[in-house]
Structure formats: C-alpha cells, structure tokens
Design a protein around this ligand. Structure first.
Ligand SMILES: [Fe+2]
Length: 320
C-alpha cells in the first residue's frame, strides 16, 4: 500500500497533467475556430469541364451557386458574389438555401443583382423556408438533421418573386424548356428532398421523339438524397445539379468530409461524380456551398465555392 505522501504527490502530478492537456485542447480548439472563421470567407471558383453537348455545339458555361446562407452584413460574400458576374456565364443555376436570417432578402438580392441579368433557374432548400435555430453542434455529426416544427418561417415567396422578376425561372416541382445559345435545355426541378417535398414533374413535352433536335436534360435538387438521384438517372437526365451538403463544411485535412447531412456517401459530399442506377450513368455536381450554418459559422479544409461548369461537345472530348 502506498504511503499518503506518495498518493498526494501522484495526485498532484495527475492534476497538473490533466490541466496541461485541457489547456492544450482549449488552445487547439480556439485556434481551429479562429482558422475556421477566416476560411469561411476564402471564396474559390471550382472549374469543371463536362463533354455532354451535341456534336458541333459551342461550349456552354453554367455557373452553379448553392447554400449562400446570406446574413445581413456579410460584405465580403456580397462583394464576391458581385464579382462572379465577370465570368459572363451562359446560365446561372441556384440550388437553394439562400438565407440564414429573416432580414437577408434585400441584401441578398442586391448581392446577386449583377448575376440576375443572366438567364437563371432555381430550386429552394429548407433554409429558404425556415431560419436556422441554435442546436447542439454535436447533432451535426450524428447524421442527417431533421427540420423541426415551430422553426421561424422566412419569406420565400418574396425571394422567389425577386428572382422571378429579373427573369430567373422557378423549378420547384416544375419542368420548363429554355432555348439558350442555340441549344434546347429541358429542366426539371424538385422541392427540397430534405423536407420530403419532392414531386416529380417529368420533362417538358416534346422530348420523346417529337423533335429531332437534341435536348439537354438538366435536373435541379437541393438535397441530393439517393432516391432522387436514382429517379433522375432512371429518367435519362444528362446532368444533375445539387447542393445542401456544404461539402462537409468542417472537414479533416487529407481525408475530407465527415458528414454529408443526407444519405449520400461522404466522399460524394462535394464535386463532380457519376451516379449510376439500373445500368444508367448521370454526372452529378454537388456544390460545396458558399455559406455556413449561421450558428456554426466556420469552415475547415472546405473552402466556400461557386462552380463553373463548361459543357463541351461529346465529339470534342473524344478527339482530345
Ligand atoms: Fe445549406
């Protein structure tokens, strides 16, 4: 049996070790948080090329925005969004979660005003309907979160009207064709699958052999749940665009996302990948998103991004 003085010495040693470890953990946590606050404003443009256009077509540039999560006062984000108009895209696609504050609609529309001059299409996410609530951050790591009742409602009709009055087209459970740069685009969009609101509108009429010209079928989703990717792949989509995941938002350097906030595998939480179902393959671009949750306003190893997809002719890619 140890003498009382030995026990006391060991207890003091253990206590000092615990205090040092706790202090180191706190310093590391604060440093990570400070870094994450910095990274959330380090906006990048991810560029991708995709050979899916009919042979002989000119390249077509799609600017994909998602998960802006705008809050009044986000001047850096607004300035960067303004600057994206310099890309002169042929089409802007917005896959939802535009807001994180009830008073964000006017400053968001102002930030997007140069991009609203270009042709655009959009679908909403849950953060266009409901303002975020403070939740236990650990729940983020426990799997897909559920939108709870009694969340503060946002004025989505006003934002939708703001987009629409400038010419962007609402694809919430709708389809619509657009002629752009001599190509016919058939769009089909759904309401947010994270809220189980998706209803499939099919493709615009005239796609089933009634029109000899090739059409490009593009599907828009906010949350890329597998059932929705399967549906659009089974129904011959040429391209699917989605958001929601934030690319994992807080990632492990060298490893990637820990969560996707839906049933998508974490390695697909951001990027351009092929989705396969029933022998069909469809390219899917999942945006890593531009913003963050208002109550977890950091990004680590996952910079906020817009995506410029350059669509090129199929024959061109085979020759190159
Ligand atoms: Fe989001």
């Amino acid at each position: 049996m140890l003498a009382p003085n030995v026990l006391a010495r060991r207890a003091r040693t253990f206590g000092r070790g615990f205090a040092v470890t706790a202090a180191a953990g706190a310093v590391t946590g604060l440093a990570a948080a400070a870094y994450g606050l910095w990274e959330k404003n380090q906006f990048v443009l991810r560029e991708e090329a995709l050979p899916i256009l009919p042979s002989g077509s000119s390249p077509f540039r799609v600017l994909h925005l998602s998960d802006i999560h705008f809050v009044p006062g986000q001047d850096k984000k607004a300035k960067w969004l303004h600057s994206l108009a310099g890309l002169k895209p042929d089409l802007v696609v917005n896959t939802g979660d535009n807001l994180s504050h009830p008073k964000a609609i006017d400053p968001l529309l102002s930030a997007l005003s140069p991009l609203l001059k270009f042709p655009g299409v959009f679908v909403p996410g849950s953060n266009d309907y409901y303002a975020p609530r403070l939740k236990n951050p650990a729940r983020y790591l426990l799997g897909p979160s559920k939108v709870e009742k009694r969340e503060l409602e946002l004025d989505w009709p006003r934002l939708r009207t703001g987009f629409g009055s400038e010419g962007w087209i609402d694809l919430t459970n709708r389809h619509q064709s657009l002629a752009l740069n001599g190509l016919r685009f058939d769009f089909s969009g759904v309401d947010d699958p994270h809220l189980n609101r998706e209803r499939y509108a099919g493709w615009p009429r005239g796609t089933a052999g009634q029109d000899s010209k090739p059409h490009l079928k593009v599907a828009l989703i906010h949350a890329p749940y597998q059932r929705v990717l399967d549906h659009f792949t089974d129904n011959s989509a040429d391209l699917i665009l989605a958001g929601h995941t934030h690319g994992g938002q807080i990632c492990i350097p060298g490893f990637g996302a820990v969560v996707a906030n839906c049933d998508l595998p974490t390695w697909r939480a951001k990027g351009l990948h092929d989705w396969q179902n029933n022998g069909r393959t469809t390219p899917v671009n999942v945006s890593g998103g531009i913003g963050t949750s208002r109550f977890a306003p950091i990004r680590i190893a996952c910079r906020p991004e817009a995506v410029l997809l350059t669509l090129t002719p199929q024959a061109q890619s085979q020759d190159s």
